[in-house]
Design a protein around this ligand. Sequence first.
Ligand code: TMP
Length: 213
Amino acid sequence: MSGRFLVLEGIDGCGKTTQLRQLADWLPGSGLMPSGATLHLTREPGGTPLGRALRELLLNPPAESAPDPTAELLLYAADRAQHVERMIRPALERGDWVLSDRFSGSTIAYQGDGRGLNLQTILDLERIATAGITPDVTLWLDLPLQESLRRRGARADDRIEAEGESFLMRVADGFKRLAAERGWIPVEADQGAEQVQQLIRRLLEDRFAQALP
Ligand code: TMP
């Protein structure tokens, strides 16, 4: 597969979405992508039409439809399976680049560390849903939980964000462990958005420039 798959991970309010948009503006003209390759900006949950329906059910369901933890895990896995087969794999096969806001690491951190669901089950579902697709690089935006809560301020919480601080602390610890275990690139996110963006660009140049012809 000649394309490249890049992922950003981190806790809610770490600045991922802002960074991704700026990255998506820069990457096509950065010289890192081969000419002719297109960049696709996507996210989980919600990178496909089915995924967008699942996202609503996962994050803003009517009270009587809120999923139980195991159902929640399976819905994230369903979103991922559809995303991989309908969007990510075809793009990578065409030689395009895919930049995703979250991927399977989020399930380990949120449903594993956060909810306490069985890790082996989560890893089995990851293998099924990703079907051999793994990111070429995962950037982990490392921001202290208190700072992420401060940045989120009075913004209304979705169903996951509303789980409370001890849940989010377990998620944050999960991301830290995963970053070390899976060789993710840590990005010091406790600084201005512009500085974080420059840091990310340098890290990607270091990672991909040597691969240029
Ligand atoms: P976000 O895309 O705005 O970050 O929101 C997605 C929310 O869903 C966020 O709270 C993290 C959560 N989530 C999980 O709990 N498990 C997952 O596998 C994924 C992809 C996201």
